[in-house]
Design a protein around this ligand. Sequence first.
Ligand code: GCU
Length: 331
Amino acid sequence: VLPKISLIATAVAATILLSGCGDDAAPTGTVTLKTAFNQSENNPQYKALVSFSDKLESATNGRYKLEIHPNELLGDQRASLELVQSGAIQMAVVANPLVENFNKNFSVLAMPYVYDNPEHQRKVFTSGALDSLFASTKGTGFEVITAYTAGARSVYTKGAAVTSPANMQGKKIRVMQSDTMIKMLSCMGGTGVPMGQGEVYSAIQQGVLDGAENNEITYADLKQYEVAPYFSATRHVMVADLLVANENFLAKMDEGDRELFRKLAKESTQTQFELWDKALDGARQTAKDNGATFTEVDIKPFQERCKPLQSAMLTTPEQKALYETIRELAE
Ligand code: GCU
């Protein structure tokens, strides 16, 4: 994986040098914010970014717009976060677990069963309660601008549905590249195998994995129903996705533009929740039309087994305070 990442990083850096539009370039004309995204143009997050770009362009009289690169074209999320840190690109959407590697307090945003439902998560993301957490990665090259929903994640497998922790035994399930996600899979009874999203389809197809876990939209968007048609609604975790931006780029922006940028980015979260909600049924239907079976699951046994992990994830005073803040926003 590493050589691929550094090749992409070098290619991106070279392109930016040649075209002279890196973040050091004087803001003459339109500044394009290269933004990495790991899924397709159909994804509600992609659509929210397009709407954010349109609004930013019009609010700044054409001074700023986004140039979104979907489908892991700029590498997987880990690689794209490095590109943002180095300033080779300006923004990326990365899943919360990747940012946890910089500040463990982020893990609270992706704790099993921390949100009661999508509406609760929307309130948390739009309440301003996460602002100081988001600013906390300053100094590492990037800042979190806002959070997007990625729904609830469930397990999907080849062979048969998974309805109890006992069914999970011996199953190799792909997880995102984070310790928390590996631990989460163990508490659910299976074995978590970390890898970037782009490799999941073929790893399941080749039998390296028994399945994966994700939301219905990603499941359908990436056609993973073709290789793992049994979708079991474990809804074990709602992992935030984070829009991250290069720190120097932000610092160099004119103050008025920066405020507009921040405001419109935050507003894109509300848009993104609405787009997500609208897309869910269609994604389920697409998967079903292509042979997927959806099975409801009694989540209590999974919840019980994950309780120790929940408490183990609340170690620092900041984590405990954040957990309380999130829970207070539940209805
Ligand atoms: C979801 C999430 C992505 C993440 C992906 C994954 O689709 O929105 O940010 O990359 O899961 O499992 O890797």
